[in-house]
Design a protein around this ligand. Structure first.
Ligand code: URA
Length: 237
């Protein structure tokens, strides 16, 4: 990647702002000032500004608590999207959700501009498990647990991969579901063929990373480098 593009992305500057920073001698590559904006740099180069490394900020990874009524898309003409909730902070980033939640669902949505990373965590072969807290309109049963374990066949004939269903002891309307794939309306359709409706669906974790309990609906924070690493490890990237 060209140095001016790298600096623009890392520091959220326009290309011309990045170029003038480089020309003023504000950017160092591998320990030396570099004033050439068209220098090619790679992951192996150490790029610093004011003594701070820029390598960690090459991509953005955010944990968003999606509220109800917001759509999981980058942009939409009529509806508020998950990216709308953060974009004033990242005006020059092409953020998108790595995986979708229905408009009525709430919880953890991962936003990033790292396409390769998103592809890896969503790829069917190594799909990172996702955990949901679900409220049903009828009590869950042991038969449902077994059907989830075996793999539920949807109304259109597709058989889902085995999934885990845990019934909350003091209230069988409340269940935890772990999915290993992402099919449109999957949980609602799985319960639908078993005769139960979903009142509420909330994603609590993506792989080993749990939605921060300190976040309110609509709030977000950056994933820590450790959390990004845990997600990479959970799909053996
Ligand atoms: N399954 C659904 O039915 N909806 C979601 O939002 C996520 C999983």
């Amino acid at each position: 990647m060209r140095l001016d593009k790298y600096v623009a992305q890392a520091l959220q500057l326009s290309r011309s702002e990045a170029r003038s920073k480089i020309l003023r001698g504000g950017i160092w590559v591998n320990g030396q000032v570099c004033k050439k904006a068209d220098t090619n740099v790679t992951d192996k180069d150490e790029i610093t500004s004011g003594g701070e490394s820029l390598s960690q900020t090459q991509f953005v990874y955010l944990m968003l608590y999606k509220p109800e009524g917001v759509v999981s898309a980058s942009n939409d003409k009529r509806q508020v999207t998950v990216v709308d909730l953060v974009k004033s902070h990242f005006p020059r980033r092409n953020l998108f959700p790595a995986g979708r939640l229905d408009k009525t669902s709430t919880g953890f949505v991962l936003l990033t501009d790292d396409g390769a990373f998103a592809h890896q965590i969503l790829a069917p072969r190594r799909h990172v498990p996702k955990t949901y807290q679900v409220e049903l309109d009828t009590p869950a049963t042991q038969q449902m647990v077994e059907a989830f374990e075996k793999g539920v066949t949807l109304a259109d004939g597709q058989t889902m991969k085995p999934a885990q269903l845990v019934i909350q002891q003091d209230d069988p309307h409340q269940v935890e579901v772990v999915l290993h794939q992402g099919v449109y309306h999957q949980i609602k359709r799985m319960f639908g063929v078993l005769g139960a409706g979903v009142n509420r669906l909330h994603r609590t974790a993506i792989g080993p990373v749990e939605l921060d309990t300190g976040l309110q609906p609509g709030e977000w924070r950056a994933l820590t480098p450790q959390e990004v690493e845990q997600l990479r490890e959970s799909c053996q990237m």
